[in-house]
Ligand binder design. Sequence first.
Ligand code: FES
Length: 288
Amino acid sequence: MAQDVGTGGHPTGMFKTLRKDAWWFEPLWTGIGFLLFTIYANYEMFKGDYYWYNAGVEGFGGYLSPFFSPLFFADTRVWADAPVHESFFGLAPEWWPTWFPSISAALILPLPLSFRLTCYYYRKFYYRAYFMTPPACAVNPAPQPGRYEGERMMLLFQNLHRYALYTAIVVIGFLSYDAFMSFFRGGQFGVGVGSIILTINPILLGMYTFGCHAWRHLVGGRKDCFSCDALNRDKGMTKSYGAWRAVTWLNERHMLLAWVSMIWVGWTAVYVRLVASGTITDFNTWGH
Ligand code: FES
């Protein structure tokens, strides 16, 4: 069927394009994928149970779901087995609403969330998948409420990314502590399937975070001259250039790491839930 043709031979009209490939597939799967993650994250936070597992052995160690880390309060009104002894401040205050048991999520989640929402890759993904501005390269966008005039008004929020980066690094610190704690049960060292899953979590998040464009700029982008780095110059590659190349390697895989790390956060929460609820057994060296 003949298409309306505008300036320069481009077809006009919403989603019209000369592309013959399945351009719609990427915005479709990324849009659905992120939606599913958001639904599951909300399920965990509003359900407020089975986020901790230590096989009933008191003492240092156990598995903590990343959606509840760091654990500020434990709410026994919602989950009778909530780990009060593991939380920073003990029992949840009486005034906290039981319909939203995850105080940690309320206080901490805005940090990684703002980091992800302002990430250059995520912006590309949700501008395409949800706002369709445009849905793909060389595809006409959905109608917009006004003319695009750069990052103004609400979009100024995107400029906070470089600061959100620092908060994301702090969150990785908490999750690394959780990974360390997962190698202990009742103070005794050991290894379980959960220890491995909880350890991979901050590693993947670190690979995503330290491949950030803002981090890459901090490491090397602000330098005009790598070879002017006095350190290690005689070895042919300056330390700063080596660090920048390592960050660049991660940066080139930023999209992949964004998805893998996000899915692994969800999978870690699923695993803790399954063992804490007794649905599956955690194979480990402790024998319980
Ligand atoms: S650009 Fe993606 S995390 Fe910074």
